[in-house]
Design a binder for this molecule. Structure first.
Ligand SMILES: C[S@@+](CC[C@H](N)C(=O)[O-])C[C@H]1O[C@@H](n2cnc3c(N)ncnc32)[C@H](O)[C@@H]1O
Ligand code: SF4
Length: 399
Protein backbone atom coordinates (compact mmCIF):
# COMPACT_ATOMS: atom_id res chain seq x y z
CA UNK A 1 0.00 0.00 0.00
CA UNK A 2 1.40 3.38 -0.96
CA UNK A 3 1.71 6.07 1.65
CA UNK A 4 -0.20 9.27 0.96
CA UNK A 5 1.32 12.22 2.65
CA UNK A 6 -1.22 14.69 3.98
CA UNK A 7 0.22 18.04 4.92
CA UNK A 8 -2.78 19.41 6.75
CA UNK A 9 -5.10 17.53 9.05
CA UNK A 10 -6.78 17.62 12.44
CA UNK A 11 -5.36 15.55 15.27
CA UNK A 12 -7.47 13.88 17.96
CA UNK A 13 -5.80 12.44 21.06
CA UNK A 14 -7.80 10.13 23.30
CA UNK A 15 -7.28 10.05 27.07
CA UNK A 16 -9.26 7.01 28.22
CA UNK A 17 -9.39 7.55 31.98
CA UNK A 18 -12.33 8.66 34.11
CA UNK A 19 -13.00 9.07 37.79
CA UNK A 20 -16.10 6.88 37.40
CA UNK A 21 -18.18 5.35 34.62
CA UNK A 22 -21.37 7.19 33.77
CA UNK A 23 -24.12 4.63 33.19
CA UNK A 24 -25.01 5.92 29.71
CA UNK A 25 -21.48 6.13 28.30
CA UNK A 26 -20.22 3.85 25.56
CA UNK A 27 -16.86 5.51 24.93
CA UNK A 28 -13.57 3.65 25.25
CA UNK A 29 -12.62 4.64 28.77
CA UNK A 30 -11.57 3.12 32.11
CA UNK A 31 -11.70 4.15 35.74
CA UNK A 32 -8.27 4.31 37.29
CA UNK A 33 -9.15 1.27 39.45
CA UNK A 34 -10.16 -0.81 36.40
CA UNK A 35 -7.17 0.16 34.29
CA UNK A 36 -4.23 -2.23 34.08
CA UNK A 37 -1.79 0.68 34.11
CA UNK A 38 -1.58 4.31 35.20
CA UNK A 39 -2.15 7.51 33.21
CA UNK A 40 1.61 8.06 33.44
CA UNK A 41 2.27 4.76 31.69
CA UNK A 42 -0.46 5.49 29.13
CA UNK A 43 1.22 8.79 28.25
CA UNK A 44 4.46 6.88 27.63
CA UNK A 45 2.72 4.44 25.27
CA UNK A 46 0.92 7.28 23.51
CA UNK A 47 4.27 9.01 22.97
CA UNK A 48 5.61 5.80 21.46
CA UNK A 49 2.65 5.72 19.06
CA UNK A 50 3.40 9.35 18.11
CA UNK A 51 7.06 8.41 17.44
CA UNK A 52 5.95 5.56 15.20
CA UNK A 53 3.61 7.65 13.06
CA UNK A 54 6.27 10.40 12.95
CA UNK A 55 7.74 9.52 9.53
CA UNK A 56 4.30 9.79 7.89
CA UNK A 57 3.36 13.17 9.29
CA UNK A 58 6.73 14.92 9.65
CA UNK A 59 6.55 18.49 8.35
CA UNK A 60 2.75 18.70 8.58
CA UNK A 61 0.94 21.61 10.10
CA UNK A 62 -1.99 20.71 12.30
CA UNK A 63 -5.29 22.36 11.47
CA UNK A 64 -6.60 21.53 14.94
CA UNK A 65 -5.53 19.61 18.00
CA UNK A 66 -8.17 18.01 20.25
CA UNK A 67 -7.68 16.21 23.55
CA UNK A 68 -10.83 14.16 24.13
CA UNK A 69 -11.89 11.37 26.39
CA UNK A 70 -12.49 9.95 28.75
CA UNK A 71 -11.41 12.79 30.96
CA UNK A 72 -8.35 14.55 29.53
CA UNK A 73 -8.57 17.11 32.33
CA UNK A 74 -7.15 14.35 34.56
CA UNK A 75 -3.81 14.88 32.78
CA UNK A 76 -1.30 16.82 34.81
CA UNK A 77 0.22 19.86 33.07
CA UNK A 78 3.49 17.89 32.85
CA UNK A 79 1.78 15.01 31.06
CA UNK A 80 0.12 17.38 28.60
CA UNK A 81 3.49 19.01 28.02
CA UNK A 82 5.09 15.64 27.38
CA UNK A 83 2.50 14.71 24.72
CA UNK A 84 2.77 18.07 22.96
CA UNK A 85 6.57 17.93 23.16
CA UNK A 86 6.53 14.52 21.47
CA UNK A 87 4.27 15.83 18.70
CA UNK A 88 6.72 18.65 18.02
CA UNK A 89 9.69 16.31 18.20
CA UNK A 90 8.34 14.16 15.35
CA UNK A 91 8.02 17.28 13.21
CA UNK A 92 4.39 18.32 13.62
CA UNK A 93 3.79 22.01 13.98
CA UNK A 94 0.97 24.31 14.97
CA UNK A 95 0.78 27.90 15.99
CA UNK A 96 -1.09 30.18 18.34
CA UNK A 97 -3.97 30.50 15.87
CA UNK A 98 -4.50 26.71 15.77
CA UNK A 99 -7.54 25.61 17.74
CA UNK A 100 -6.32 23.47 20.66
CA UNK A 101 -9.23 21.99 22.62
CA UNK A 102 -9.36 19.98 25.81
CA UNK A 103 -12.46 18.30 27.25
CA UNK A 104 -12.98 19.13 30.90
CA UNK A 105 -15.05 17.25 33.46
CA UNK A 106 -16.48 19.51 36.16
CA UNK A 107 -14.49 19.40 39.40
CA UNK A 108 -11.28 18.23 37.73
CA UNK A 109 -9.87 21.68 37.00
CA UNK A 110 -8.49 24.24 39.41
CA UNK A 111 -7.01 27.62 38.75
CA UNK A 112 -3.41 26.33 38.83
CA UNK A 113 -4.12 23.63 36.23
CA UNK A 114 -6.11 26.00 34.06
CA UNK A 115 -3.26 28.54 34.01
CA UNK A 116 -0.80 25.80 33.08
CA UNK A 117 -3.06 24.51 30.27
CA UNK A 118 -3.41 28.06 28.93
CA UNK A 119 0.35 28.50 28.97
CA UNK A 120 0.70 25.25 27.06
CA UNK A 121 -1.40 26.65 24.24
CA UNK A 122 -4.85 25.22 25.01
CA UNK A 123 -7.31 27.82 23.73
CA UNK A 124 -10.68 26.05 23.83
CA UNK A 125 -12.33 24.21 26.73
CA UNK A 126 -15.27 21.85 26.30
CA UNK A 127 -17.03 21.12 29.58
CA UNK A 128 -19.28 18.08 30.10
CA UNK A 129 -22.04 19.75 32.10
CA UNK A 130 -24.79 17.31 30.95
CA UNK A 131 -27.47 18.72 33.27
CA UNK A 132 -27.72 21.00 36.29
CA UNK A 133 -30.20 18.73 38.06
CA UNK A 134 -28.38 17.08 40.97
CA UNK A 135 -30.77 14.15 41.27
CA UNK A 136 -30.37 13.29 37.59
CA UNK A 137 -26.58 13.69 37.77
CA UNK A 138 -26.60 11.06 40.52
CA UNK A 139 -28.88 8.75 38.53
CA UNK A 140 -26.48 8.94 35.60
CA UNK A 141 -23.58 8.18 37.96
CA UNK A 142 -21.88 11.49 37.28
CA UNK A 143 -19.19 12.29 39.82
CA UNK A 144 -19.89 16.02 40.15
CA UNK A 145 -22.69 18.23 41.40
CA UNK A 146 -24.34 21.09 39.53
CA UNK A 147 -22.56 23.51 41.88
CA UNK A 148 -19.18 22.04 40.88
CA UNK A 149 -20.08 22.53 37.21
CA UNK A 150 -20.93 26.15 37.96
CA UNK A 151 -17.56 26.61 39.70
CA UNK A 152 -15.70 25.16 36.69
CA UNK A 153 -17.61 27.43 34.29
CA UNK A 154 -17.01 30.44 36.54
CA UNK A 155 -13.28 29.71 36.56
CA UNK A 156 -13.18 29.55 32.76
CA UNK A 157 -15.25 32.71 32.46
CA UNK A 158 -13.07 34.63 34.91
CA UNK A 159 -9.93 33.66 33.01
CA UNK A 160 -11.55 34.90 29.79
CA UNK A 161 -11.35 31.43 28.21
CA UNK A 162 -13.13 30.33 25.08
CA UNK A 163 -15.44 27.60 26.34
CA UNK A 164 -18.29 25.36 25.34
CA UNK A 165 -20.48 23.01 27.30
CA UNK A 166 -22.36 19.81 26.52
CA UNK A 167 -25.89 19.16 27.70
CA UNK A 168 -27.89 15.96 27.48
CA UNK A 169 -31.66 15.95 26.99
CA UNK A 170 -34.29 13.22 26.92
CA UNK A 171 -33.02 12.20 30.38
CA UNK A 172 -34.89 9.92 32.80
CA UNK A 173 -37.69 11.83 34.54
CA UNK A 174 -36.88 14.99 32.57
CA UNK A 175 -39.88 17.15 31.68
CA UNK A 176 -40.25 20.27 29.56
CA UNK A 177 -40.47 22.15 32.84
CA UNK A 178 -37.29 20.70 34.34
CA UNK A 179 -35.47 21.34 31.07
CA UNK A 180 -35.91 25.07 31.69
CA UNK A 181 -33.47 24.78 34.64
CA UNK A 182 -30.72 23.83 32.19
CA UNK A 183 -31.79 26.55 29.76
CA UNK A 184 -31.53 29.17 32.51
CA UNK A 185 -27.94 28.12 33.14
CA UNK A 186 -27.14 28.65 29.46
CA UNK A 187 -28.62 32.14 29.64
CA UNK A 188 -26.53 32.82 32.74
CA UNK A 189 -23.16 31.67 31.40
CA UNK A 190 -23.68 32.41 27.69
CA UNK A 191 -20.87 30.03 26.63
CA UNK A 192 -19.22 30.71 23.30
CA UNK A 193 -20.54 27.40 22.05
CA UNK A 194 -22.99 24.76 23.20
CA UNK A 195 -23.72 21.15 22.21
CA UNK A 196 -27.08 19.72 23.31
CA UNK A 197 -27.10 15.97 22.68
CA UNK A 198 -30.06 13.65 22.70
CA UNK A 199 -29.27 10.84 25.14
CA UNK A 200 -28.65 7.75 23.00
CA UNK A 201 -28.96 4.35 24.62
CA UNK A 202 -29.34 0.73 23.55
CA UNK A 203 -32.99 -0.40 23.65
CA UNK A 204 -32.34 -2.71 26.59
CA UNK A 205 -30.60 -0.04 28.73
CA UNK A 206 -32.11 0.39 32.21
CA UNK A 207 -31.98 4.18 31.92
CA UNK A 208 -34.65 4.00 29.20
CA UNK A 209 -37.20 3.50 31.93
CA UNK A 210 -38.85 6.78 32.89
CA UNK A 211 -37.55 8.66 29.87
CA UNK A 212 -39.93 11.18 28.30
CA UNK A 213 -42.08 10.00 25.38
CA UNK A 214 -40.66 10.60 21.90
CA UNK A 215 -42.98 13.56 21.16
CA UNK A 216 -41.72 15.28 24.32
CA UNK A 217 -38.11 14.65 23.35
CA UNK A 218 -38.78 16.29 19.98
CA UNK A 219 -40.44 19.21 21.76
CA UNK A 220 -37.43 19.45 24.08
CA UNK A 221 -35.08 19.89 21.18
CA UNK A 222 -37.40 22.49 19.63
CA UNK A 223 -37.43 24.36 22.95
CA UNK A 224 -33.64 24.24 23.22
CA UNK A 225 -33.22 25.42 19.64
CA UNK A 226 -35.63 28.34 19.89
CA UNK A 227 -34.19 29.37 23.25
CA UNK A 228 -30.67 29.40 21.80
CA UNK A 229 -31.84 31.35 18.74
CA UNK A 230 -33.35 34.01 21.00
CA UNK A 231 -30.01 34.23 22.83
CA UNK A 232 -28.32 34.82 19.47
CA UNK A 233 -26.75 31.41 18.85
CA UNK A 234 -26.44 30.02 15.33
CA UNK A 235 -27.20 26.33 14.79
CA UNK A 236 -24.37 25.48 12.43
CA UNK A 237 -24.79 21.73 12.87
CA UNK A 238 -27.72 19.69 14.24
CA UNK A 239 -26.27 19.42 17.77
CA UNK A 240 -23.92 22.41 17.74
CA UNK A 241 -24.61 26.07 18.32
CA UNK A 242 -22.13 28.96 18.32
CA UNK A 243 -22.66 32.54 19.49
CA UNK A 244 -20.49 33.82 16.61
CA UNK A 245 -19.12 32.24 13.47
CA UNK A 246 -15.57 32.30 14.88
CA UNK A 247 -16.75 30.31 17.93
CA UNK A 248 -17.68 27.24 15.88
CA UNK A 249 -15.69 24.11 16.70
CA UNK A 250 -13.05 24.00 14.00
CA UNK A 251 -12.08 20.47 14.94
CA UNK A 252 -15.57 19.01 14.70
CA UNK A 253 -16.09 20.98 11.49
CA UNK A 254 -13.32 18.88 9.92
CA UNK A 255 -15.53 15.81 10.47
CA UNK A 256 -18.52 17.50 8.86
CA UNK A 257 -16.54 19.06 5.99
CA UNK A 258 -15.07 15.77 4.76
CA UNK A 259 -11.51 16.60 5.87
CA UNK A 260 -8.80 14.19 7.00
CA UNK A 261 -8.21 13.62 10.68
CA UNK A 262 -5.89 11.37 12.57
CA UNK A 263 -6.83 9.83 15.91
CA UNK A 264 -4.12 8.69 18.33
CA UNK A 265 -4.54 6.79 21.57
CA UNK A 266 -6.81 3.99 22.69
CA UNK A 267 -9.78 3.33 20.41
CA UNK A 268 -9.26 6.49 18.33
CA UNK A 269 -10.74 6.72 14.86
CA UNK A 270 -9.11 8.26 11.81
CA UNK A 271 -10.26 9.23 8.36
CA UNK A 272 -7.66 9.64 5.67
CA UNK A 273 -9.46 10.94 2.62
CA UNK A 274 -6.35 10.75 0.45
CA UNK A 275 -6.18 6.94 0.74
CA UNK A 276 -7.81 4.88 -2.03
CA UNK A 277 -10.47 6.51 -4.23
CA UNK A 278 -12.89 7.45 -1.46
CA UNK A 279 -10.70 7.54 1.60
CA UNK A 280 -10.05 5.09 4.42
CA UNK A 281 -11.21 4.79 7.98
CA UNK A 282 -9.05 3.14 10.56
CA UNK A 283 -9.10 2.78 14.30
CA UNK A 284 -6.94 1.73 17.21
CA UNK A 285 -7.64 -1.20 19.55
CA UNK A 286 -10.07 -0.46 22.40
CA UNK A 287 -8.58 -2.60 25.18
CA UNK A 288 -5.77 -1.00 27.20
CA UNK A 289 -3.39 -3.96 27.17
CA UNK A 290 -4.29 -4.75 23.54
CA UNK A 291 -3.53 -1.12 22.62
CA UNK A 292 -0.23 -1.16 24.51
CA UNK A 293 0.81 -4.42 22.86
CA UNK A 294 -0.16 -3.16 19.41
CA UNK A 295 1.80 0.09 19.79
CA UNK A 296 4.86 -1.79 20.96
CA UNK A 297 4.79 -4.35 18.16
CA UNK A 298 3.49 -2.18 15.30
CA UNK A 299 6.22 -1.40 12.86
CA UNK A 300 4.88 0.69 10.02
CA UNK A 301 7.23 0.49 7.06
CA UNK A 302 5.32 1.45 3.99
CA UNK A 303 2.25 3.38 4.96
CA UNK A 304 0.25 4.51 7.94
CA UNK A 305 -2.15 1.65 7.32
CA UNK A 306 0.42 -1.05 6.75
CA UNK A 307 0.85 -3.65 9.48
CA UNK A 308 -2.25 -2.43 11.28
CA UNK A 309 -4.86 -4.98 12.26
CA UNK A 310 -6.63 -5.32 8.87
CA UNK A 311 -9.95 -5.71 10.69
CA UNK A 312 -9.55 -2.17 11.92
CA UNK A 313 -8.87 -0.68 8.50
CA UNK A 314 -11.64 0.02 6.03
CA UNK A 315 -10.96 1.33 2.56
CA UNK A 316 -14.22 3.04 1.74
CA UNK A 317 -16.25 1.97 -1.25
CA UNK A 318 -18.20 4.50 -3.23
CA UNK A 319 -21.61 3.60 -1.74
CA UNK A 320 -20.24 3.94 1.82
CA UNK A 321 -18.49 7.22 1.07
CA UNK A 322 -21.61 8.63 -0.60
CA UNK A 323 -23.82 7.67 2.36
CA UNK A 324 -21.42 9.25 4.83
CA UNK A 325 -20.95 12.36 2.72
CA UNK A 326 -24.73 12.91 2.58
CA UNK A 327 -25.19 12.34 6.33
CA UNK A 328 -22.45 14.61 7.52
CA UNK A 329 -23.18 17.38 5.01
CA UNK A 330 -26.87 17.44 5.89
CA UNK A 331 -26.07 17.73 9.59
CA UNK A 332 -24.53 21.12 8.82
CA UNK A 333 -26.66 24.24 8.56
CA UNK A 334 -25.05 24.94 5.19
CA UNK A 335 -26.19 21.53 3.96
CA UNK A 336 -25.18 19.33 1.06
CA UNK A 337 -23.63 21.01 -1.95
CA UNK A 338 -24.87 19.87 -5.36
CA UNK A 339 -21.60 20.86 -6.97
CA UNK A 340 -19.51 19.17 -4.26
CA UNK A 341 -21.54 15.98 -4.61
CA UNK A 342 -21.24 15.93 -8.39
CA UNK A 343 -17.51 16.64 -8.27
CA UNK A 344 -16.77 13.83 -5.81
CA UNK A 345 -19.27 11.17 -6.94
CA UNK A 346 -20.42 12.01 -10.49
CA UNK A 347 -23.80 12.52 -12.19
CA UNK A 348 -25.27 9.08 -11.50
CA UNK A 349 -24.95 9.58 -7.73
CA UNK A 350 -26.21 13.13 -8.00
CA UNK A 351 -29.37 11.87 -9.75
CA UNK A 352 -29.88 9.20 -7.05
CA UNK A 353 -29.60 11.73 -4.23
CA UNK A 354 -31.90 14.14 -6.04
CA UNK A 355 -34.53 11.43 -6.54
CA UNK A 356 -34.45 10.45 -2.86
CA UNK A 357 -34.58 14.01 -1.57
CA UNK A 358 -37.37 15.29 -3.82
CA UNK A 359 -40.21 13.78 -1.70
CA UNK A 360 -38.71 15.41 1.41
CA UNK A 361 -38.60 18.75 -0.41
CA UNK A 362 -42.32 18.37 -1.19
CA UNK A 363 -42.99 17.68 2.51
CA UNK A 364 -40.96 20.81 3.36
CA UNK A 365 -38.48 18.82 5.45
CA UNK A 366 -35.65 19.63 3.05
CA UNK A 367 -34.96 22.91 1.30
CA UNK A 368 -33.01 23.33 -1.93
CA UNK A 369 -31.52 26.78 -2.23
CA UNK A 370 -28.39 28.32 -3.75
CA UNK A 371 -27.05 24.96 -4.87
CA UNK A 372 -27.42 23.29 -1.44
CA UNK A 373 -29.90 20.91 0.14
CA UNK A 374 -30.44 21.59 3.82
CA UNK A 375 -32.79 20.30 6.52
CA UNK A 376 -35.59 22.64 7.58
CA UNK A 377 -36.25 22.92 11.34
CA UNK A 378 -38.99 20.27 11.14
CA UNK A 379 -36.65 18.20 8.91
CA UNK A 380 -33.99 18.28 11.66
CA UNK A 381 -36.50 16.61 13.98
CA UNK A 382 -36.90 13.80 11.42
CA UNK A 383 -33.27 13.64 10.35
CA UNK A 384 -32.95 9.91 11.08
CA UNK A 385 -35.77 9.10 8.64
CA UNK A 386 -34.30 11.36 5.98
CA UNK A 387 -30.86 9.79 6.45
CA UNK A 388 -32.40 6.34 5.91
CA UNK A 389 -33.32 7.46 2.38
CA UNK A 390 -29.70 8.44 1.85
CA UNK A 391 -28.28 5.09 2.93
CA UNK A 392 -27.02 3.61 -0.31
CA UNK A 393 -26.13 0.03 -1.15
CA UNK A 394 -23.45 -1.27 -3.47
CA UNK A 395 -26.08 -2.67 -5.87
CA UNK A 396 -27.86 0.68 -6.15
CA UNK A 397 -24.65 2.32 -7.31
CA UNK A 398 -23.75 -0.29 -9.89
CA UNK A 399 -27.18 -0.27 -11.61
C1 LIG B 1 -17.18 11.17 25.56
S1 LIG B 1 -17.79 12.46 26.47
C2 LIG B 1 -16.35 13.08 27.14
C3 LIG B 1 -16.59 14.29 28.00
C4 LIG B 1 -16.42 14.15 29.47
N1 LIG B 1 -15.77 12.96 29.86
C5 LIG B 1 -17.73 14.21 30.19
O1 LIG B 1 -18.40 13.20 30.27
O2 LIG B 1 -18.03 15.26 30.72
C6 LIG B 1 -18.24 13.71 25.29
C7 LIG B 1 -19.71 14.03 25.30
O3 LIG B 1 -20.42 12.99 24.69
C8 LIG B 1 -21.76 13.06 25.14
N2 LIG B 1 -22.25 11.68 25.35
C9 LIG B 1 -21.63 10.68 26.00
N3 LIG B 1 -22.42 9.58 26.00
C10 LIG B 1 -23.56 9.90 25.35
C11 LIG B 1 -24.77 9.20 25.03
N4 LIG B 1 -24.97 7.95 25.40
N5 LIG B 1 -25.73 9.87 24.33
C12 LIG B 1 -25.53 11.13 23.95
N6 LIG B 1 -24.41 11.84 24.22
C13 LIG B 1 -23.45 11.24 24.91
C14 LIG B 1 -21.77 13.83 26.45
O4 LIG B 1 -22.57 15.00 26.35
C15 LIG B 1 -20.32 14.18 26.65
O5 LIG B 1 -20.13 15.47 27.17
S1 SF4 C 1 -16.94 11.03 32.38
FE1 SF4 C 1 -17.45 11.23 30.21
S2 SF4 C 1 -16.16 9.75 29.13
FE2 SF4 C 1 -16.10 9.25 31.33
S3 SF4 C 1 -17.65 7.69 31.59
FE3 SF4 C 1 -18.63 9.67 32.00
S4 SF4 C 1 -19.45 10.32 30.00
FE4 SF4 C 1 -18.02 8.67 29.61
Amino acid sequence: MVSHFVSNFGLYIHIPFCLQRCYYCDFATYTQEEACFSIEKYVEILCLEIKKIGPFVRGSTLKTLYFGGGTPSLLSPMQLEKIQGQLREVGLSWGSSTEVTIEINPATLDSHKLKAFLQQGVNRFSVGAQTFDDITLKKLNRKHTAQETRETLKLLKEEGCHYSFDLLFGLPHQTLKSLTLDLEEIAHYLPHHISPYYLTLKDSHFLNRHRPPEETEIRMFQEIRSFLMILGYEQYEISNFARKKEYRSQHNSLYWDDQSYLGLGLGSHSYWKEQGFFGARFSNPTGLSEYAQWVTSWNPQLSLLDERNPLLVEILEKFQALTEYCYISLRRHRGLSLEGLQCKFGSHCLALVQKNLDPWIEKKKVLFSEGHWSLTDSGKDLSNQIFLDLTFSKIELTK
